[in-house]
Design a protein around this ligand. Sequence first.
Ligand code: RIB
Length: 285
Amino acid sequence: MTGIVVVGSLNADLVVRTERFPKPGETLHGSDLAVLPGGKSANQAVAAGRLGGTVRMIGAVGDDGNGALLRDSVAASGADVTHVAVRPGTATGTAVITVDAAGENTIVISGGANATLGPDDLPADAFEGAGVLGLCLEVSIDVVLAAARAARAAGVTVLTNLSPFGDVPAELLELTDVLLVNEHEAAELGEHGVRRSIVTRGGAGCTVHDGDDDPVSIDAVRVDPVDTTGCGDAFMGAVALRLAAGDPLVDAARFAASVGAFAATKAGAQASYPTTAELEQFLRA
Ligand code: RIB
């Protein structure tokens, strides 16, 4: 199997559970604070690594306890963290997250060290032995584009998740081989010209568009959600893993649907991702 390179964010997730989300101006009591490893890109790397992928993470953290938490968590999944830079005097990125009784979440991110990641942080051999690059929009568009250009030049499949959604340069879409968006992002984006894409619809499954083939709808694996934080990242990491193994996109999405569902049954992002053995047991139950 060829390797997976993930270029992007690492966040410490500051999570409080509440019965329901506060209205603007309202104060509610919540659970004890949990500080958990997160960040969309780190989550993708951990999801793929825990399932046996060969993963390299490229990103930046601060020289603080949260940075150590993140590097340790990504490394524990088996991913290579050699190129997760530690920035002296900079705070690690954070995400302030509330999770309600239904397992839904709200997330506000503070970039911290993620905002310092630039094209110069991409090592010359970044894509050696790689088959797939995973990107999201939690780091600067400059580094996202630089990584996508270099990956394309190296013949690596560029898998782009347009979250958090914002201005999307046309060049990024041109450099993207496979687009991963949720239904809201898809509606905001409109016509995009990427021939291979997956549109996720939460509990309603996803739709795979693969070139001239008819679109394929894949049902969600039914679960009682505990916490949906990071389920989309688990899905993306699993898609990257299966594309790197040479699977057709529709098979990769079907596998990813089960990984995303597993992640919804446990609290946290990275903390909720399965090993292969755990996934097999979940699918047998
Ligand atoms: O997608 C979930 C992730 O979004 C969280 O882990 C948080 O850090 C934000 O990046």
